[in-house]
Write a protein that binds this ligand. Structure first.
Ligand code: IMP
Length: 195
């Protein structure tokens, strides 16, 4: 069975394909001929994940899953949340996003935050939602060179290092995305996908 992952990121795709049963052929948006970004117009992570999965299922009549992730900071009422990629304005300027967040937290005592990933899967006429969450704190300054996005300023609870200092294998095991993907894979491994 062909299953679309609504992403253009070949690395994300490869990582998940390796964990799926051989009966599932995972394909990207590019592989089905869609090269643009699907607009994320909802104001929740679940809403955006559903928009992307539904777009593919509706237009290409294929089973599909999509993910959306945000960093939610408690003392900022859940900011940047669904706007994490464009917190400082332009899309995916990680340095500007981190600087803005550190500035907004300057006078706050409570620096607790969590990352949340939501995956929406459309398969066999049903939608299934899988979520992953990791709690931690926003550090005072950036530390570490690994990872992407807010990794240099997020220290998961129970660790002394930021996500950007931890080895990728550790981050993947405990992270929001890692947990949501593990739930998705457990589900796909359990259903009969040969039909
Ligand atoms: P996306 O939904 O996976 O594209 O994530 C949206 C935004 O959240 C990204 O552009 C990053 O700024 C941030 N983000 C998502 N996952 C992570 C992560 O694992 N570490 C740090 N930042 C992340």
């Amino acid at each position: 069975m062909k299953l679309v992952f609504a992403t253009h990121n070949a690395n994300k795709l490869k990582e998940i394909q390796q964990l799926l049963p051989a009966s599932i052929e995972l394909v990207s948006l590019d592989a089905i001929g869609y090269t643009e970004d699907i607009p994320e117009t909802a104001n929740t992570l679940k809403g955006n994940a559903k928009i992307k999965a539904d777009f593919v299922t509706k237009n290409y009549n294929l089973p599909c899953f999509a993910d959306d992730t945000g960093l939610l900071v408690k003392s900022l009422n859940g900011e940047p949340g669904v706007y994490s990629a464009r917190y400082a304005g332009s899309q995916n300027d990680s340095q500007a996003n981190m600087s803005k967040l550190l500035k907004n937290l300057e006078n706050k005592q409570d620096r607790s935050a969590h990352f949340k990933t939501v995956i929406a899967l459309n398969i066999k006429g049903e939608t299934h939602i899988f979520e992953g969450k990791v709690s931690g704190v926003i550090t005072i300054s950036q530390k570490g060179k690994r990872g992407f996005g807010y990794d240099p300023i997020f220290k998961p609870n129970g660790y002394e290092e930021t996500f950007a200092e931890l080895p990728l294998t550790v981050k993947n095991r405990i992270s929001h995305r890692g947990q949501a993907v593990q739930k998705l894979i457990a589900y796909l491994n359990n259903i009969n996908v040969t039909e």
